[in-house]
Design a protein. Structure first.
Length: 130
């Protein structure tokens, strides 16, 4: 989306990637499998999870399968979860220019029970950028 906005002359002030797996890395298949398994486990654990929440995941990985990110003119922050998903290692960093911060939690919990810490880390980085 940021690439498209830049190409149309409406560049974002900054981009924040929250525990986003780079599209091309050797362990991508295992990372996708672990993400899906953990998501399904969590959906079963929390009865309030709506089934339609799972629907986008059926196509998510296919949508980004061949995507190659391009460098952006705006600053980018990669927020890395400290705890990798079960059965995986931490995802490699982004190869494009970016700042990076590691926050407590895992792929899902950085925006759940660790949301405050994650938000504060992003806010500190954004500082005067926006």
């Amino acid at each position: 989306m940021a690439e498209r906005l830049e190409s149309e002359g409406a560049a974002p002030a900054a981009v924040v990637l929250v525990d986003t797996c780079p599209p091309v890395h050797a362990d991508r298949g295992r990372a996708h499998s672990a993400t899906t398994s953990d998501m399904l486990r969590r959906a079963a654990e929390f009865a309030s999870a709506e089934p339609d929440r799972l629907t986008p995941m059926a196509r998510y990985f296919e949508l980004f399968n061949d995507w190659k990110p391009a460098p952006l003119a705006c600053p980018a922050l990669y927020v890395r979860a400290r705890d990798p998903l079960p059965g995986t290692e931490s995802a490699p960093g982004w190869s494009l220019p970016h700042a990076e911060v590691t926050v407590p939690g895992g792929h899902f919990t950085v925006l759940e029970e660790h949301a405050r810490t994650t938000a504060l880390a992003i806010r500190r980085w954004l500082g005067g950028r926006v």
